[in-house]
Structure formats: structure tokens, C-alpha cells
Design a binder for this molecule. Structure first.
Ligand code: ATP
Ligand code: MG
Length: 426
């Protein structure tokens, strides 16, 4: 089969890499892809923002399966348009993608269906927002309603912080129109886990649990980023807690959608806080996580193309996904200045040496010329390795990191430390 992956980051590189291993896959294309992806798939130019032209373009490629990486085309209805042209798509409809595309929709949806989440208030004006920020007598979290590429959420520990953030969001200064309506919610405490499932709307297959690292510096200091690294280890969650998450969160979410006339076909990403009262939803995403997908694909044994084709057809196999035992770790190497402004065009060295030792270097933001890979993004590489234990996977990942160099490269040194310190599953 011919498979098309939509997107240009590390997540898409990991999907391309894994899809190519399926015996039934003859050709993998990626639109638009990046420097690293171009060595493993045919990259096709295209603008993800121009929806009509994009759908026509995809139809002319006539893939047997399209896998959509990023959220924006899903929120704009790419899956629906492709389906109307008779194409098979792994990625939810526009209506289903509202779980990610509108924080107000997703919070009200959770309230309607009794899905555990932080208490919240929807605000469209300053008065309501200022009152809501005082409501729980502690830290609060402000969330822009619309998509904001990870920049629309502000955690505030006191009244003056929340007042400033309310003004920045409602005025449109922080994230434009996405922030003119807000969710203000009670801050939860606990450990965060990413729990993702594949579903065709009926059958549900959980992916292995992962834990992301959002802040730019070690020990979770500094501003939030798109994700500085992540590890994948079954031992993050006990079986009992995984089952509880399925029963209290995943199934009620899919049942709730079905009751509202929506079939969810794709990856449902539940960002969870494991609180002392149990798991609660911080957010849904309507697609594979990035960088979560990198260590997940590096551990997945099951044929991804066949699995996603079944999902897109609405007959996802119920056979559980198989994983290489042990753990995997992805350390993200970034350009100097990221998550602020950064320079591009720096020559990257050491990729071959890092891969010779068994790691896989997924490209998040690179271009390539005949000789070299050059940096072309804030997040540049996802340096990914496996090991029989989380400790071994972490050592292997950091050994690979030590092989890689580009001007100004920075990365976190403590990816997976939370997992290594934990003596028993959550
Ligand atoms: N109620 C809450 N209590 C405590 N922390 C929270 C809460 N809601 C969100 N956060 C923190 O803010 C981060 C971002 O929130 P959220 O996941 O809703 O935003 P997002 O912009 O959709 O993120 P992503 O880019 O991962 O999709 C969370 O990972 C978590 O660390
Ligand atoms: Mg999100």
C-alpha cells in the first residue's frame, strides 16, 4: 500500500520510520516532511494551512491510507474532506477533534459525561475571570479556548499573576483570538502521565504510557516548550491504575462522543494528572503526542500500517499492541534560544555515530543539502534509544546525545529521572 503522512516534525519522522517496516507498505510519502524524513520517504511540498488545495493535492496522490500528524488540519476538517473523497484517514473528524480544538468544548463535554477533571469556569470578560481566579483560594490555571501551539496555558500561583495573564489572554496579546474566551480551572497536584489509545470508535487499544518533560530546563524550571523529552515505560502505571483510566476516562469519553453522534477514529491522547483522588483529565489531544510518538514507535512491535488501516476502515483489530520489553527514552536537542527566538542553518554532526550505537535520531526541525543536515527549527532532533531497563535506555539515549553536535545545541539532562526515582508504579 501507499501511505501518506501529513506533518513535518519528529512525530511524523517516527511514524514514517515505523510505517516503512510494514511488509504491506510499498511507498511512504510525507507532506511536507523535513530534511531527515526526506532520506526515508518521498517528501511532497504542500501548505497545511490551505485546506482546499491540500485535500485536492492529497486526492491526486491517491494514498491507500493518510495518517495526519498535527492538530490544526484535523481541527480544520481535513479528515472529513478526505473521507468525502473516498480516502481512508487515520485521524478524527472535525467534530471529534473539538476535544482538542476547543478547551471550552472539552471541559463542558467532561462535565456532561462525568469524566474526572479539574473544576472550572468559562469566562469571556474580565469581571467573570477575576472572580473565577479567586474561587478556589489557591493556584489556578488559565487556558485559551482555541489552539495555541502549547502557548495558551498559564499556571498562576497568586492574584497578581492571574490578573496579568487574564489581561494578556483576553486582549489577544498572548495568543490572538484563541484567547478571547477562557477556561479558568483549579490547579491540580500530582504526577502527569500521557495515556494514548488507538480507536475506531468501538475497539480501543491503549499505547504504552509515557511521561513528557515540558519545561525547558532541568528540574522542570523555565518556560514551557513543545516537549523537551519523554520516556516510555510500562512501569509508570500499575495494571490497576491503567484499568481505572480505561474505565473512568477513556471509555466514558468514547461513549459520551457516541451519545452525541460522534465516532472517534484516530489517536485519543489523554493528558492526565494522577491526583490523590485518582486520575483526572488535564486535556485531550486529537492526535499522537510529540515527542511521545518517538519512543513509542521505537518500542512498538505490531505492524503500524495494518493497525492504522484497520482503524481507518472502522475495523481495528482487538489484538493488544505488542511492545519490545524494557523502556525507551527520547531526549530533544534544541536550538539556542528555544522556546524563544533562535537561529537556523547550523551544521549537525554525529548522527551516524549516534545511530551506530543503536539509537535512532528522529528529525524534528532539519533541512538537508547533499552533504549535511542543517538545523531548521526550535526543536531539532529527538534522540531516541531503548534498553532492557529504564536506566539502560536512559544511558543509551544520553550516550547518543554525546555524539551529536551543532552550534548552540541545548537539551535537558534529566529526562526519565522521575521514572528512575520512582520505586513502584503510580
Ligand atoms: N488543572 C491543572 N492543574 C495543574 N496543572 C495544569 C492544569 N491544567 C494544565 N496544567 C499544566 O499545563 C500544561 C499544559 O496544559 P494543557 O495540556 O491543557 O495545554 P496544551 O496547550 O493543550 O498542551 P499540549 O501542547 O500538550 O497539547 C499541562 O501539561 C500541565 O502541566
Ligand atoms: Mg493540547
Amino acid at each position: 500500500m501507499k501511505v501518506l503522512v501529513i506533518g513535518s516534525g519528529g512525530r511524523e519522522h517516527a511514524l514514517v520510520w515505523k510505517l516503512r517496516q510494514s511488509p504491506s507498505v510499498k511507498q511512504v510519502l510525507c507532506l511536507p516532511g523535513n530534511g531527515g524524513i526526506s532520506r526515508e520517504a518521498q517528501c511532497v511540498a504542500g501548505d497545511l494551512k490551505k485546506m482546499d488545495r491540500l485535500a485536492e493535492h492529497i486526492a491526486s496522490i491517491a494514498p491507500d491510507l493518510t495518517v495526519v500528524g498535527p492538530e490544526a488540519p484535523l481541527a480544520s476538517g481535513l479528515s472529513d474532506t478526505l473521507a468525502s473523497k473516498g480516502l481512508l484517514v487515520a485521524g478524527p473528524s472535525q467534530a471529534a477533534a473539538r476535544l482538542e480544538g476547543s478547551k471550552i468544548f472539552s471541559k463542558q463535554f467532561m462535565r456532561r459525561h462525568d469524566i474526572p477533571t479539574a473544576d472550572f469556569v468559562v469566562c469571556e470578560d474580565r469581571e467573570t475571570a477575576l472572580a473565577a481566579a479567586q474561587r478556589w483560594g489557591g493556584p489556578v490555571v488559565l487556558k485559551a479556548d482555541g489552539l495555541a501551539a502549547g502557548k495558551g496555558v498559564v499556571v498562576c500561583s497568586n492574584a497578581s499573576e492571574s490578573e496579568q495573564a487574564i489581561d494578556a489572554l483576553l486582549s489577544g496579546r498572548l495568543v490572538g483570538d484563541a484567547g478571547r474566551r477562557l477556561v479558568i480551572e483549579e490547579a491540580l497536584t500530582g504526577e502527569e502521565v500521557s495515556f494514548q489509545v488507538l480507536t475506531d470508535g468501538n475497539t480501543v487499544l491503549p499505547l504504552a504510557p509515557t511521561q513528557d518533560h515540558k519545561a525547558v530546563w532541568d528540574d522542570d524550571r523555565g518556560p514551557n516548550t513543545g516537549g523537551m523529552g519523554v520516556y516510555c515505560d510500562d512501569a509508570i502505571l500499575s495494571n490497576a491504575l491503567s484499568q481505572r483510566i480505561m474505565k473512568e476516562i477513556v471509555h466514558p469519553t468514547l461513549d459520551g462522543l457516541r451519545k452525541e453522534g460522534i465516532t472517534y477514529r484516530g489517536v485519543l491522547y489523554c493528558g492526565l494528572m494522577i491526583t490523590k483522588d485518582g486520575p483526572k483529565v488535564l486535556e485531550y489531544n486529537a492526535r499522537f503526542g510529540d515527542p511521545e510518538t518517538q519512543p513509542l514507535m521505537f518500542r512498538l512491535r505490531t505492524d503500524l500500517a495494518e493497525t492504522l488501516l484497520g482503524l481507518a476502515r472502522g475495523n481495528l483489530s482487538s489484538r493488544p499492541l505488542e511492545w519490545v520489553p524494557g523502556a525507551s527514552v527520547c531526549v530533544v536537542a534544541c536550538s539556542a534560544g528555544y522556546p524563544g527566538s533562535y537561529e537556523s542553518g547550523k551544521i549537525i554532526s554525529g548522527i551516524e555515530q549516534a545511530e551506530a550505537a543503536g539509537a535512532k535520531i528522529f528529525h524534528a526541525g532539519t533541512t538537508s543539502n547533499n552533504h549535511d543536515f542543517l538545523t531548521a527549527g526550535g526543536r531539532v532532533l529527538g534522540i531516541t534509544a531503548r534498553g532492557e531497563t529504564l536506566a539502560a535506555a536512559t544511558r543509551n539515549a544520553y550516550h547518543a546525545v554525546s555524539c551529536i553536535h551543532f552550534d548552540g545545541m541545548h537539551y535537558r539532562h534529566d529526562i526519565a529521572q522521575k521514572g528512575l526515582r520512582r520505586s513502584q508504579p503510580l
